[in-house]
Design a protein around this ligand. Sequence first.
Ligand code: MF3
Ligand code: CO
Ligand code: CO
Length: 248
Amino acid sequence: MRAAGRLIGLVREELRRMVRPGVTTLELDAAAEKMIRDSGALPTFKGYHGYPFSICASVNEQVVHGFPSKYVLKEGDIFSVDCGATLEGFVGDTATTVPVGKVSEDRLKLIRVAEESLERAIAQCRPGKHLGDIGWAVQEHAEAHGYSIVRDYVGHGIGRKMHEDPQIPNYGKPGTGVRIKAGYVFAVEPMINMGTHYTKTLSDGWTVVTLDGKPSAHVEHTIAITEDGPEVLTQVTEKVPEAEAVNA
Ligand code: MF3
Ligand code: CO
Ligand code: CO
Protein backbone atom coordinates (compact mmCIF):
# COMPACT_ATOMS: atom_id res chain seq x y z
CA MET A 1 0.00 0.00 0.00
CA ARG A 2 2.86 2.37 0.80
CA ALA A 3 4.50 1.92 -2.60
CA ALA A 4 1.24 2.39 -4.52
CA GLY A 5 0.35 5.44 -2.42
CA ARG A 6 3.74 7.06 -2.87
CA LEU A 7 3.74 6.48 -6.62
CA ILE A 8 0.31 7.97 -7.21
CA GLY A 9 1.11 10.84 -4.83
CA LEU A 10 4.13 11.69 -7.00
CA VAL A 11 1.98 11.47 -10.14
CA ARG A 12 -0.56 13.83 -8.57
CA GLU A 13 2.18 16.36 -7.78
CA GLU A 14 3.59 16.17 -11.31
CA LEU A 15 0.08 16.75 -12.71
CA ARG A 16 -0.27 19.79 -10.42
CA ARG A 17 2.96 21.16 -11.89
CA MET A 18 1.71 20.60 -15.45
CA VAL A 19 -1.56 22.49 -14.94
CA ARG A 20 -1.51 25.88 -16.67
CA PRO A 21 -3.62 27.85 -19.15
CA GLY A 22 -3.33 26.19 -22.58
CA VAL A 23 -2.89 22.57 -21.52
CA THR A 24 -5.64 20.08 -22.43
CA THR A 25 -6.96 17.58 -19.93
CA LEU A 26 -6.24 14.81 -22.44
CA GLU A 27 -2.53 15.77 -22.34
CA LEU A 28 -2.62 15.41 -18.56
CA ASP A 29 -4.27 12.00 -18.92
CA ALA A 30 -1.56 10.82 -21.31
CA ALA A 31 1.20 12.10 -19.00
CA ALA A 32 -0.36 10.37 -15.98
CA GLU A 33 -0.74 7.07 -17.80
CA LYS A 34 2.89 7.19 -18.96
CA MET A 35 4.23 7.97 -15.48
CA ILE A 36 2.16 5.17 -13.94
CA ARG A 37 3.13 2.55 -16.52
CA ASP A 38 6.81 3.63 -16.56
CA SER A 39 6.85 2.91 -12.81
CA GLY A 40 5.68 -0.65 -13.38
CA ALA A 41 2.15 0.06 -12.20
CA LEU A 42 -1.26 0.03 -13.88
CA PRO A 43 -3.70 2.94 -14.15
CA THR A 44 -6.45 1.61 -11.88
CA PHE A 45 -9.23 3.69 -13.41
CA LYS A 46 -8.73 2.52 -17.00
CA GLY A 47 -11.39 -0.10 -17.65
CA TYR A 48 -12.87 0.22 -14.16
CA HIS A 49 -16.59 -0.40 -14.82
CA GLY A 50 -15.75 0.60 -18.39
CA TYR A 51 -14.16 3.96 -17.49
CA PRO A 52 -12.10 4.88 -20.59
CA PHE A 53 -9.24 6.99 -19.13
CA SER A 54 -6.41 6.93 -16.57
CA ILE A 55 -7.49 10.05 -14.69
CA CYS A 56 -10.72 11.84 -13.89
CA ALA A 57 -10.53 15.47 -15.04
CA SER A 58 -13.29 17.63 -13.57
CA VAL A 59 -13.34 21.36 -14.37
CA ASN A 60 -15.26 24.06 -12.44
CA GLU A 61 -18.86 22.81 -11.91
CA GLN A 62 -17.80 19.24 -12.63
CA VAL A 63 -17.64 17.45 -9.29
CA VAL A 64 -16.00 14.09 -10.11
CA HIS A 65 -15.52 11.53 -12.91
CA GLY A 66 -15.08 14.10 -15.71
CA PHE A 67 -13.59 12.73 -18.93
CA PRO A 68 -10.22 14.07 -20.09
CA SER A 69 -10.85 15.83 -23.40
CA LYS A 70 -9.56 18.41 -25.87
CA TYR A 71 -10.83 21.06 -23.47
CA VAL A 72 -8.08 23.64 -23.04
CA LEU A 73 -7.66 24.75 -19.43
CA LYS A 74 -8.00 28.50 -19.16
CA GLU A 75 -7.09 31.18 -16.67
CA GLY A 76 -9.64 31.27 -13.86
CA ASP A 77 -10.67 27.59 -14.06
CA ILE A 78 -10.37 25.28 -11.12
CA PHE A 79 -9.32 21.79 -12.14
CA SER A 80 -9.88 18.66 -10.08
CA VAL A 81 -7.77 15.66 -11.00
CA ASP A 82 -8.28 12.22 -9.50
CA CYS A 83 -5.84 9.40 -10.24
CA GLY A 84 -5.16 5.84 -9.14
CA ALA A 85 -2.40 3.27 -9.55
CA THR A 86 -2.20 -0.44 -8.87
CA LEU A 87 1.31 -1.50 -7.85
CA GLU A 88 2.24 -5.00 -6.65
CA GLY A 89 -1.46 -5.75 -6.28
CA PHE A 90 -2.37 -2.76 -4.14
CA VAL A 91 -4.16 0.45 -5.04
CA GLY A 92 -3.44 4.10 -4.24
CA ASP A 93 -6.13 6.73 -4.93
CA THR A 94 -5.67 10.50 -4.65
CA ALA A 95 -7.17 13.74 -5.92
CA THR A 96 -6.44 17.44 -5.82
CA THR A 97 -8.01 20.66 -7.07
CA VAL A 98 -5.67 23.12 -8.79
CA PRO A 99 -6.28 26.78 -9.67
CA VAL A 100 -5.44 27.46 -13.34
CA GLY A 101 -3.44 30.68 -13.57
CA LYS A 102 -4.97 33.58 -11.68
CA VAL A 103 -8.23 32.48 -10.05
CA SER A 104 -10.92 34.49 -8.22
CA GLU A 105 -10.66 34.82 -4.45
CA ASP A 106 -13.91 32.91 -3.83
CA ARG A 107 -12.73 29.92 -5.86
CA LEU A 108 -9.35 29.89 -4.10
CA LYS A 109 -11.19 29.90 -0.80
CA LEU A 110 -13.34 26.94 -1.88
CA ILE A 111 -10.18 24.96 -2.63
CA ARG A 112 -8.54 26.00 0.62
CA VAL A 113 -11.54 24.98 2.71
CA ALA A 114 -11.70 21.61 0.92
CA GLU A 115 -8.02 21.03 1.73
CA GLU A 116 -8.51 22.08 5.34
CA SER A 117 -11.55 19.77 5.60
CA LEU A 118 -9.41 16.85 4.46
CA GLU A 119 -6.69 17.73 6.99
CA ARG A 120 -9.28 17.80 9.76
CA ALA A 121 -10.68 14.47 8.58
CA ILE A 122 -7.20 12.94 8.57
CA ALA A 123 -6.72 14.02 12.19
CA GLN A 124 -9.72 11.79 13.06
CA CYS A 125 -8.16 8.73 11.40
CA ARG A 126 -6.98 7.05 14.62
CA PRO A 127 -7.86 3.87 16.47
CA GLY A 128 -10.90 4.37 18.70
CA LYS A 129 -12.44 7.13 16.58
CA HIS A 130 -15.55 6.45 14.51
CA LEU A 131 -16.36 7.00 10.84
CA GLY A 132 -18.88 9.64 11.93
CA ASP A 133 -15.99 11.64 13.40
CA ILE A 134 -14.38 11.80 9.95
CA GLY A 135 -17.61 12.89 8.29
CA TRP A 136 -18.33 15.45 10.97
CA ALA A 137 -14.84 16.95 10.70
CA VAL A 138 -15.41 17.64 7.00
CA GLN A 139 -19.01 18.76 7.33
CA GLU A 140 -18.47 21.11 10.25
CA HIS A 141 -15.59 22.94 8.59
CA ALA A 142 -17.12 23.22 5.10
CA GLU A 143 -20.56 24.27 6.32
CA ALA A 144 -19.01 26.86 8.66
CA HIS A 145 -17.77 28.57 5.49
CA GLY A 146 -21.19 28.39 3.82
CA TYR A 147 -20.32 25.52 1.49
CA SER A 148 -22.21 22.26 0.98
CA ILE A 149 -21.07 18.65 1.16
CA VAL A 150 -21.73 16.32 -1.76
CA ARG A 151 -23.72 13.35 -0.45
CA ASP A 152 -24.11 11.31 -3.63
CA TYR A 153 -20.44 10.20 -3.55
CA VAL A 154 -18.32 9.16 -0.58
CA GLY A 155 -14.88 7.94 0.45
CA HIS A 156 -14.14 4.26 0.88
CA GLY A 157 -11.94 1.52 2.19
CA ILE A 158 -9.09 0.67 -0.19
CA GLY A 159 -6.64 -2.22 -0.56
CA ARG A 160 -6.31 -4.81 -3.32
CA LYS A 161 -9.38 -3.19 -4.82
CA MET A 162 -9.96 0.56 -5.20
CA HIS A 163 -13.39 0.51 -3.61
CA GLU A 164 -13.73 -1.64 -0.51
CA ASP A 165 -15.97 -1.41 2.55
CA PRO A 166 -16.69 0.70 4.47
CA GLN A 167 -18.17 3.75 2.78
CA ILE A 168 -16.80 6.97 4.28
CA PRO A 169 -19.29 9.85 3.98
CA ASN A 170 -18.13 13.45 4.27
CA TYR A 171 -20.94 14.16 6.72
CA GLY A 172 -21.99 12.50 9.95
CA LYS A 173 -22.37 12.66 13.68
CA PRO A 174 -19.42 12.41 16.07
CA GLY A 175 -19.08 9.06 17.84
CA THR A 176 -21.34 7.19 15.38
CA GLY A 177 -20.60 4.55 12.76
CA VAL A 178 -17.86 1.94 12.50
CA ARG A 179 -15.13 2.15 15.12
CA ILE A 180 -11.71 2.69 13.51
CA LYS A 181 -8.92 0.15 14.13
CA ALA A 182 -5.22 0.02 13.33
CA GLY A 183 -4.62 -1.69 9.99
CA TYR A 184 -7.56 -0.13 8.18
CA VAL A 185 -6.75 1.85 5.03
CA PHE A 186 -9.17 4.53 3.87
CA ALA A 187 -9.56 6.84 0.89
CA VAL A 188 -11.02 10.03 2.36
CA GLU A 189 -12.27 12.42 -0.29
CA PRO A 190 -14.29 15.53 0.49
CA MET A 191 -16.25 16.99 -2.43
CA ILE A 192 -17.24 20.53 -1.47
CA ASN A 193 -19.64 22.73 -3.46
CA MET A 194 -19.94 26.50 -3.46
CA GLY A 195 -23.73 26.23 -3.90
CA THR A 196 -26.17 23.34 -3.61
CA HIS A 197 -24.98 19.85 -2.66
CA TYR A 198 -27.21 18.30 -5.34
CA THR A 199 -25.52 16.78 -8.38
CA LYS A 200 -26.50 15.23 -11.69
CA THR A 201 -24.68 12.96 -14.16
CA LEU A 202 -24.23 14.10 -17.76
CA SER A 203 -25.30 12.01 -20.77
CA ASP A 204 -21.79 10.49 -21.10
CA GLY A 205 -22.84 8.38 -18.09
CA TRP A 206 -19.88 9.51 -15.96
CA THR A 207 -19.37 13.26 -15.58
CA VAL A 208 -20.95 14.46 -12.34
CA VAL A 209 -21.79 18.19 -12.19
CA THR A 210 -23.37 20.44 -9.58
CA LEU A 211 -27.08 20.91 -10.18
CA ASP A 212 -26.77 24.71 -9.93
CA GLY A 213 -23.63 24.98 -12.09
CA LYS A 214 -21.56 26.50 -9.28
CA PRO A 215 -17.96 25.33 -8.75
CA SER A 216 -16.90 22.25 -6.80
CA ALA A 217 -13.59 21.12 -5.28
CA HIS A 218 -12.39 17.55 -4.66
CA VAL A 219 -9.37 16.45 -2.64
CA GLU A 220 -8.44 12.89 -1.65
CA HIS A 221 -5.75 11.00 0.19
CA THR A 222 -5.20 7.30 0.86
CA ILE A 223 -4.59 6.94 4.61
CA ALA A 224 -3.40 3.98 6.67
CA ILE A 225 -4.51 3.79 10.30
CA THR A 226 -1.63 2.91 12.61
CA GLU A 227 -1.56 2.51 16.39
CA ASP A 228 0.02 5.98 16.48
CA GLY A 229 -2.55 7.60 14.17
CA PRO A 230 -2.85 8.37 10.46
CA GLU A 231 -0.14 7.62 7.92
CA VAL A 232 -1.03 9.51 4.74
CA LEU A 233 0.27 7.15 2.06
CA THR A 234 -0.30 9.61 -0.79
CA GLN A 235 1.37 12.56 1.00
CA VAL A 236 4.66 13.19 -0.79
CA THR A 237 5.16 16.91 -0.12
CA GLU A 238 6.05 18.97 2.91
CA LYS A 239 3.01 20.70 4.30
CA VAL A 240 3.36 24.39 3.40
CA PRO A 241 -0.23 25.55 2.79
CA GLU A 242 0.79 29.23 2.45
CA ALA A 243 3.06 28.37 -0.46
CA GLU A 244 0.17 27.75 -2.90
CA ALA A 245 1.74 29.44 -5.91
CA VAL A 246 -0.04 30.79 -8.97
CA ASN A 247 0.98 28.72 -12.01
CA ALA A 248 0.46 31.36 -14.71
N1 MF3 B 1 -10.96 7.45 -7.83
C1 MF3 B 1 -12.37 7.65 -7.73
C2 MF3 B 1 -12.62 7.63 -6.24
O1 MF3 B 1 -11.99 8.44 -5.62
C3 MF3 B 1 -13.16 6.67 -8.51
C4 MF3 B 1 -12.91 6.79 -9.96
S1 MF3 B 1 -14.00 5.81 -10.80
C5 MF3 B 1 -13.19 5.49 -12.23
O2 MF3 B 1 -13.20 6.81 -5.63
F1 MF3 B 1 -13.99 4.79 -12.95
F2 MF3 B 1 -12.85 6.60 -12.79
F3 MF3 B 1 -12.13 4.80 -11.99
CO1 CO C 1 -10.08 8.96 -6.33
CO1 CO D 1 -11.51 7.31 -3.96
